[in-house]
Design a protein around this ligand. Structure first.
Ligand SMILES: O=C(O)CCC(=O)C(=O)O
Ligand SMILES: [Fe+2]
Length: 342
């Protein structure tokens, strides 16, 4: 890990780590994959068998917001079992060899809220793979590597973006850092804050939601991406800050944000906010078995550039989105029980 302070980190004791690993391996034997409805139904019941310290740490993180991110460190698993880092997320078997680690992120998600996914991301998979993919080397995507992945609120463009993001590190041999940034109230003028609370900012969908980054299009796909298309065309302005004035929540993705040319005041306020976040950006290099949990309103995150290996030993993370309230997105999900938005 990089340099997060103690209140951000829960280091599992050897006993807690062993119990957690046993629990995930046993659960993985009972279900057929990360999107097995029976597994999703049972998550809270299984999570009740996680160590009490883990349960309290993550529940406190979610409810009291003591910090904008935290790390549960020390998950144990067999590198030989999970095998080499794959070349692509597409066409992977279900369940896969690292299903216990997918169960782990789902259990942590269940302590924070409800896991969900996007029909428009990684072909609607619930737990995402994050590793370098050669054809995306230069892209602003989790699958990129050569370019800095500019810090962002996850899915900032979307009204139903997640409340949390869980990133579990399966391996990270070169200690490639995830970046985390925040805005502590008081660093900006009252005038800037006022402007940033107003709906004067456009945020375009990031490329992971576009058809070109999902599997080949078929007839039904037009519908799958229609909502994203609509959000692009409507270009409805949104606020960059919201919630409590003294400690505002963030909705930011500078790479995909635009301010209209005749609104220099909004441009200046946004630039000032970006500079403040930049100045406090910290690096968290996740080690194997570290699980980073991001409060998607309190902090932004990104990733430093790195040189991919493409030899099966590359950095490999598992990612899941979590919401406090599935019902809010009901009109964009096929059924009440569906976990996929879009
Ligand atoms: O690779 C990372 O550390 C973070 C990538 C990212 O932004 C994401 O997965 O949402
Ligand atoms: Fe992200």
């Amino acid at each position: 890990m990089g340099t997060p302070s103690e209140e951000h980190v829960l280091l599992l004791t050897p006993d807690e780590a062993r119990r957690t690993a046993d629990l995930t391996i046993r659960a993985a034997e009972l279900y057929i994959g990360d999107d097995d409805p029976a597994l999703l139904l049972d998550l809270p019941r299984i999570a009740a068998d996680l160590p009490v310290r883990t349960q309290r740490f993550l529940r406190t993180f979610a409810i009291d917001e003591p910090t904008g991110y935290c790390v549960v460190s020390g998950h144990l698993f067999d590198q030989d079992r999970i095998g080499p880092t794959p070349e692509h997320w597409r066409g992977r078997p279900r369940p896969n060899r690292e299903f216990p680690e997918e169960v782990l992120v789902l259990l942590y998600a269940a302590l924070l809220g409800e896991p969900f996914g996007w029909t428009t991301q990684q072909d609607g998979r619930l737990v995402h793979d994050i590793f370098p993919v050669r054809s995306h080397e230069n892209d602003q995507l989790g699958l990129g590597s050569k370019e800095l992945l500019t810090w962002h609120t996850e899915d900032a463009f979307h009204p139903y973006r997640g409340d949390y993001l869980v990133l579990a590190s399966l391996r990270n041999p070169d200690k490639v850092a995830t970046t985390v940034g925040s805005y502590a109230g008081g660093a900006l003028s009252d005038d800037d804050v006022e402007v940033l609370f107003e709906e004067r900012f456009h945020i375009a969908p990031d490329e992971s939601h576009l058809p070109k980054n999902n599997s080949a299009c078929s007839g039904g796909d037009a519908e799958r991406f229609a909502t994203i298309e609509r959000l692009i065309h409507e270009r409805r302005p949104v606020a960059a800050l919201f919630g409590p004035r003294q400690e505002p929540y963030l909705r930011l993705d500078p790479y995909f944000m635009e301010v209209s040319e005749d609104d220099p005041e909004a441009r200046r306020a946004l630039d000032n906010l970006i500079a403040v976040v930049d100045s406090g950006l910290c690096e968290v290099a996740l080690e194997q078995g570290d699980c980073l949990v991001v409060n998607n309103h309190r902090v932004v995150h990104g990733r430093v550039p790195f040189t991919a290996r493409y030899d099966g030993t590359d950095r490999w993370l598992k990612r899941i989105n979590v919401t406090h309230d599935l019902r809010r997105s009901r009109t964009m999900r096929a059924s009440a029980g569906s976990r996929l938005i879009g």
